[in-house]
Design a protein around this ligand. Structure first.
Ligand SMILES: [Zn+2]
Length: 547
């Protein structure tokens, strides 16, 4: 390797790392470019060190210009607008992306990320975004879940160019399956599940693998007709000893008798996941899909199915799953939790469903910003709730009106407290005001504040300074800057209930102005936190968002 090449590598390395090339990484790049370097490390080292020192003595501009135009390709994927790395083989106006939820549960943050990223890519490339329901399992598909998904994505501001349903393509699936059988790419197997499982793990084919096209076609007709559920499946004929076990003659269609929420009893043979999803990609002309890494092993099978039917697979970009610490996202676990009364519903504040986040007072903008910040990468990551909360705080703090509420109220008599009305802006700097009427000398204070202020002089925010001795006594209307200032509510106040993030409910008391709030509005209770108004009425209910 000549000096010019080494210098070029060192310059690129310096530009990538804030102006400082690193001897070891330059050496690594040299070996990657020419493995024979490995045998000559000792001999080349003084030269590499000399060149690295020389490059590091140049300023950033000098390094870039010495590298020359086009002389440098950054190692990381190029970031397009909005922080999305480029899609492979994507052309403006030609990109079709899709998000394919199964209507088996309420959408959560993980779904939202897949939907959002595919949607954003379609926008970025001025292409099309397809929302597709993969509703091939009548046992778990429910109208409630289709609706929740549509509502959740619309709430996030995701707009689909096409809405498709797997269950609208049943005749096409049947034609595809018949073609696969006639071409000997698939067969009908009547072995029981246990036998199929055992033979797949041991790598042997069953007798049906070698049956004639006619035999398979006869069984296929019976599957569509009177054969009982579980009587047979259609299996791809690939390789029973394939290293990737998903390719060991997987089942691609089965009988399910339960009526389907959309097609009722019209169809009883349903495509399974790999056939279902890959064919829809083909029929919808999807060019690119971004999906989570868990499907990695299935890509080979899906490509095989597509090529057997004469279609080209879409480009797949795999991203890492992300989790939020301690959050339950398994549909089954949530369904059971609701049935057993552990969760209040799909919008229980402990859950990561969009319905729950909306009810807790998270804004779609904050959710989108959080999701995009998690990046289009293969890394798996675990986030703390606080991270999502900080995105939301940024969104609602500038627009949330401020009020007084006391969560653990104790009533205190303050001798000499003047009665009357005070008028306060609903937000710092706002022209809109609210009135607080002090009719008696009694106020509610937080239990902790009342106990902590023993024998102190302290301020009631915007109201007065008082002495908190054995007898509490009004001192002056001025609230001294340097004193501790606590929030308060004039008696009798309005009883409120606050549903906490852990699902428990607290009873508190708030200033009467809370009656004038609107359902869905976010407010900040001084020193308590942000809450979303959930229900008005005699005893208003709020959901606690976060501090
Ligand atoms: Zn069989």
């Amino acid at each position: 390797m000549d000096e010019k090449t080494i210098r070029k590598i060192a310059l690129a390395n310096a530009v990538d790392h804030g102006g400082k090339a690193e001897t070891n990484s330059v050496l690594g790049k040299m070996i990657a470019a020419d493995p024979s370097v490995r045998a000559r490390i000792r001999e080349l080292m003084p030269e590499i060190q000399r060149i690295v020192a020389e490059v590091n003595s140049m300023d950033a501009e000098g390094q870039t210009s010495s590298l020359g135009p086009g002389g440098h390709k950054k190692a990381e994927p190029k970031e397009e607008e909005g922080g999305l790395p480029e899609l492979p083989g994507a052309r403006k106006g030609k990109v079709v992306t899709a998000f394919p939820p199964e209507p088996s549960k309420y959408p959560h943050l993980g779904h939202a990320k897949s939907a959002l990223v595919n949607y954003e890519y379609a926008k970025l490339y001025k292409g099309k975004f397809v929302l597709r329901f993969e509703d091939s399992n009548p046992d778990i598909a429910k109208k409630e879940y289709y609706d929740a998904i549509l509502k959740g994505l619309a709430w996030l501001g995701i707009k689909w160019d096409a809405l498709d349903y797997l269950s609208d393509h049943m005749e096409e699936y049947y034609r595809a399956i018949e073609k696969l059988i006639k071409n000997r790419d698939a067969y009908v197997c009547t072995c029981d599940q246990e036998t199929v499982k055992k033979m797949r793990s041991e790598g042997f084919g069953c007798e049906h693998r070698v049956s004639s096209v006619q035999t398979s076609m006869d069984l296929w007709k019976r599957m569509l007709g009177d054969m009982k559920q579980g009587g047979a499946t259609v299996r791809m004929k690939i390789d029973m000893s394939h290293a990737n076990t998903t390719l060991r003659d997987p089942s691609i269609a089965r009988i399910i008798d339960k009526p389907h929420p959309r097609t009722k009893k019209k169809y009883r043979v349903w495509p399974m996941y790999d056939l279902g999803t890959s064919m829809l990609d083909a029929w919808e002309k999807v060019t690119h899909r971004v999906r989570t890494k868990e499907f990695e092993l299935r890509k080979e099978l899906q490509d095989h199915i597509l090529s057997a039917l004469g279609f080209k697979p879409p480009y797949i970009t795999e991203i890492g799953r992300f989790e939020v610490k301690d959050a339950v996202t398994q549909g089954r676990e949530i369904r059971e939790g609701i049935e057993r009364g552990i969760f209040l519903g799909w919008d229980d504040p402990r859950l990561l469903t969009l319905a729950a986040l909306r009810r807790r007072g998270f804004t779609p903008e904050a959710i989108k910003n959080f999701l995009m910040s998690t990046g289009v990468t293969k890394n798996e990551s675990v986030y703390e709730w606080q991270v999502i909360e900080s995105f939301n705080r940024k969104a609602i703090d500038p627009v949330s009106e401020r009020y007084f509420a006391v969560m653990e109220p104790v009533k205190c008599k303050i001798e000499g407290l003047p009665t009357g009305k005070i008028s306060l802006p609903v937000m710092p700097g706002s022209k809109k005001t609210r009135e607080i009427a002090v009719r008696t000398d009694e106020v509610f204070l937080e239990k902790g504040d009342a106990e902590g202020m023993k024998d102190m002089r302290a301020g009631l925010m915007f109201l007065c300074t008082a002495n908190f001795g054995e007898v509490k006594r009004f001192v002056s209307k001025e609230v001294a800057q340097e004193t501790l200032k606590v929030h308060w509510v004039p008696a009798p106040g309005v009883r409120i209930r606050i549903v906490m993030p852990d699902g428990t409910t607290k009873s508190g008391v708030a200033e009467p102005a809370v009656r004038k709030l609107k359902v869905g509005q976010s407010v900040q209770f001084y020193r308590v936190g942000f809450c979303r108004v959930d229900k008005l009425g005699k005893e208003p209910v709020l959901y606690f968002s976060h501090k």
